[in-house]
Design a protein. Structure first.
Length: 306
């Protein structure tokens, strides 16, 4: 073996990381799917100032490991090619020494990564929490119809402003950041604002992530044409995976079946393409509509270095 490393470079390594994550993907185990990193990288909420701390491991020309952060920057993730588990301690040592630990560093691990959990415990990490991130198996049927008075919005008529407003209220930003006003302000920097949200969506439309599949996203409008529910979709053909991210419903339309109808529409559009499963989340809602076991997350935390 000829093991080497390099720091992640956004300009040169995005395809390399996507291909690595897709190549070693295992349904329900071993860590996150390929869209997880790219979605965060192109989001407005991720701190991208420390991307150079993310590190790749190679055996000759083959990618065999990746350590990276998401949000917050103290959440550290590991992906290891099967057969290279012996690199796990070196990867953990690198993360502990060089990755952010401001306040408290956390290793975000998954079923199938028990060997990293053992290393983490040996190094003073303790389990803080765990939960099940559910998956819908397309051998089952998802059949939740759109409630009366709502309609699906076509891609051709998509309105970025209405979508920004939907996401603002759908993710409850109004509770701590105020109403969706001044969305057209020229200054959108600083704290998260309606203007920053709107400009972020415009930027994603104009310069989408390279592996995004926005043609499969679902937007639901009410009778007045205002957007009530949004569900994003990354179709990963090589993994037969429908990776749903993100999903939100504005507060006044929750518990009416809109999210379930959006997921049903994903199911109906992507199953004929060869999709065998679709991601969801840890909320009981997913189990209620037929999702089963998926990725089990384990958060191992340690206190900051003294």
């Amino acid at each position: 073996m000829n093991i080497t490393t390099k720091q992640f470079d956004r300009d040169t390594d995005l395809d390399l990381v996507w291909n690595f994550l897709a190549e070693i993907y295992e349904r329900g185990k071993g860590g996150v799917a390929a869209p997880f990193f790219e979605y965060a990288l192109y989001s407005s909420w991720m701190d991208k100032s420390r991307l150079s701390l993310d590190r790749l491991w190679f055996d000759g020309g083959k990618t065999v490991g990746f350590v990276f952060h998401e949000a917050p920057v103290t959440d550290i993730y590991f992906k290891v090619r099967p057969g290279y588990e012996f690199l796990a301690e070196e990867m953990a040592d690198y993360a502990m020494e060089h990755m952010p630990d401001g306040g408290e560093q956390q290793f975000m691990l998954f079923n199938g990564q028990e060997y990293i959990m053992e290393i983490a415990k040996q190094k003073g990490f303790t389990l803080r929490y765990d939960y099940e991130d559910r998956i819908f198996d397309f051998s089952n049927e998802l059949n939740r119809e759109l409630p009366a008075g709502f309609r699906f919005v076509s891609r051709e008529e998509l309105d970025p402003l209405k979508l920004a407003k939907c996401c603002w209220y759908g993710f409850d930003h109004h509770l701590d950041k105020g109403e969706f006003v001044n969305w057209d302000a020229e200054e959108a920097s600083g704290d998260w604002t309606p203007a920053a949200s709107y400009q972020g969506i415009l930027e994603e439309i104009r310069n989408p992530p390279p592996h995004s599949t926005y043609e499969y996203q679902i937007v639901i409008a009410d009778a007045q044409g205002e957007y009530a529910c949004f569900s994003g979709m990354w179709w990963v053909k090589e993994n037969s995976l429908a990776y749903m991210e993100p999903l939100c419903t504005v507060p006044q339309y929750r518990r009416m079946g809109l999210a379930a109808a959006a997921l049903t529409e994903h199911y109906r559009r992507l199953k004929p393409l060869g999709a065998t499963h679709m991601t969801g989340g840890g909320d009981p809602f997913y189990e209620k509509i037929g999702y089963g076991n998926g990725n089990h997350w384990y958060c191992y935390a340690r206190h900051p270095r003294q």
